[in-house]
Structure formats: C-alpha cells, structure tokens
Design a protein around this ligand. Structure first.
Ligand SMILES: Nc1ncnc2c1ncn2[C@@H]1O[C@H](COP(=O)(O)OP(=O)(O)OP(=O)(O)O)[C@@H](O)[C@H]1O
Length: 268
C-alpha cells in the first residue's frame, strides 16, 4: 500500500477530517522514526494503531496532540494546524501508562478535575457544575470511592481508570488512547474494551487507540489493516459501518452502562 494514500478511498467533500496528516516525518537525534506518513481520520471512525515495540506509535500520537513537532509535513486537528489549535477540551488523551511516584500529592478528584482545565486555562476556578461532571466521570469509571486518595497510592489499573475519567470529563469529540489497558487484569481489560466500544457505537466520538491486543483489534476493526505507514498498521472501523449515533450525555450513558453491567444485563 502506498504511504501517501488516505485512510478513506475517496477524499471527503462535506466533512472535515478530525485528524489529518500530510507527509509527516520525525527523527530523534537524526534517527528517523516516522517517515512520510499521511492519512486522515473522519468523524466517528475508530482507528487501531498497531506496531511492534519501537515502531513509532507513541511518537505519532504525541505529534497529533502537539507534544512533539514534526520535522516536516503537517498535522491538522478539526481542520486546524495543531500549532494553532486551541480547543483542547475536544480532545481526550490518555498517555502510555507510567507508574506515578507514591508521593505525588494530587488526589484522584484533583487529577480528574484537571481534565477541565484546557492548556489555556490552567487556573480556572472549580465550579459546582465542574464538581458534578467530576462525580459523573468518577462514577462512570467505578472509582468514586477512590476520590479522596492520592493518585500515587493507587494500583496501575486504578490509575488508568483515573486517567480515563480525566479524559472523559469534557465529553471529548476525539479520544486518543496509548495502550490504555497495559498492567490491567484481563477481566478489567474486557470491561474496558466493552466500554470504549459502547462509547463508539452510541456517541459521536472518534477514537485513535494504540494497542498490542490483536484479538480485540481484529474482533472489532476487522482482520486486515486498512493502511500501513512504515512499521505502523492502521485498523479502522468507519463511521458508516455504525448505526446512527444516539446523542446523549456521555457520562450519563456510561452510568446507564454501568448499572446494566451491575444488574448482569451486559456481559463483561
Ligand atoms: N525521547 C526520545 N529520545 C530518543 N529516542 C526516542 C525517544 N522516544 C522514543 N525514542 C525512540 O523512537 C523509537 C519509537 O519510539 P516510540 O515510543 O514511538 O515507539 P512505540 O511504537 O510506541 O513503542 P512501544 O510499543 O514499545 O511503546 C524507538 O526506537 C525509541 O527508542
């Protein structure tokens, strides 16, 4: 497959891509990691980013969220160059798991609330409605009982749930997840994948997910990749493969899902 082929065979006319990369290259100290990568992701697509260790997956995601700058080429988010993009509340990003120092002083509630402070409003006052959104996100991730604990004192799986709650608190239009289930037990992993599939099917959310879980990727996104970008493969479920989206509040819907799971209506 040629490198500069877009994810979709036909260039969209009416819908702006959510993510658009054109001829992106990136090197660490002269060592090329990403070479001439081009693709675009449409609204409500679910893209699985697959590749061996060191293939450049995390580097790619960090460029898309503006934490690294390409050596050449361009990246757009919601039609705007990443360098100019300011509406970060539309984007939920859960980076690859890093175990936190147990002395890290923030509580779970503070970490989840920090998801509301976009990069431009670091010192915004927390309102009652912010606290309600935080309660909903904590509830959806089943971690309300951990709200007052220090994040550094939690297990790896619990920390991942906190970072997901932080990413969800803004009802993001784009969720970018870098190996979100690493270090999580298999039962919780299964529940997590159930959750993100539910979010994809019932909400207008676009997903970019790095995972090594080929069973999950193939079962949801199909047996074959749609694109190959160097050592990285992209598996995709397009929005047009889904039924019409149900426009409801994300955290409310997750709450309903959680209640169904608790009543045994949804197998996880
Ligand atoms: N800060 C850095 N400085 C120098 N080289 C780096 C840096 N970060 C990553 N690399 C190198 O760039 C390459 C791609 O790294 P990256 O983390 O993007 O890969 P990955 O596909 O996410 O790997 P994994 O599956 O192991 O998480 C690797 O060879 C890595 O050693």
């Amino acid at each position: 497959m040629p490198n500069n082929q877009a994810l979709q065979t036909v260039q969209p006319f009416c819908h702006q891509p959510i993510i658009e990369l054109n001829d992106v290259c990136f090197s660490y100290q002269q060592k090329p990691v990403i070479e001439d990568v081009s693709f675009f992701v449409q609204e409500r697509d679910f893209v699985g980013v697959i590749g061996s260790n060191g293939a450049g997956k995390t580097t790619l995601l960090r460029m898309i969220v503006g934490l690294l700058t390409p050596d050449s080429g361009s990246i757009k988010l919601f039609g705007q160059s990443v360098q100019q993009f300011r509406d970060w509340s539309k984007v939920g990003y859960v980076p690859q798991k890093n175990s936190l120092n147990p002395l890290f002083p923030a509580t779970v509630r503070e970490v989840v609330l920090s998801g509301l402070y976009s990069r431009n409003k670091l010192f915004k006052r927390v309102t009652k409605s912010d606290q309600i959104k935080c309660d909903e996100a904590l509830h959806a991730m089943k971690i309300e009982d951990l709200a007052g604990k220090r994040i550094g004192q939690l297990s790896g799986g619990q920390q991942q749930r906190v970072f997901l709650a932080r990413a969800l608190i803004n009802n993001p239009a784009l969720l970018i997840l870098d190996e979100p289930t690493v270090g999580i037990d298999s039962e919780t992993q299964e529940g997590f994948f159930h959750l993100i599939k539910h979010m994809h099917q019932h909400h207008n959310i676009t997903f970019l997910l790095v995972s090594h879980d080929m069973d999950m990727i193939r079962s949801y996104l199909g047996q074959e990749p749609k694109r190959e970008c160097g050592k990285i493969k992209l598996y995709v479920k397009h929005s047009h493969d889904l039924e019409d989206c149900v426009e409801t509040n994300l955290t409310h819907s997750l709450k309903e899902l959680r209640h169904s799971m608790e009543r045994g209506k949804v197998g996880v």
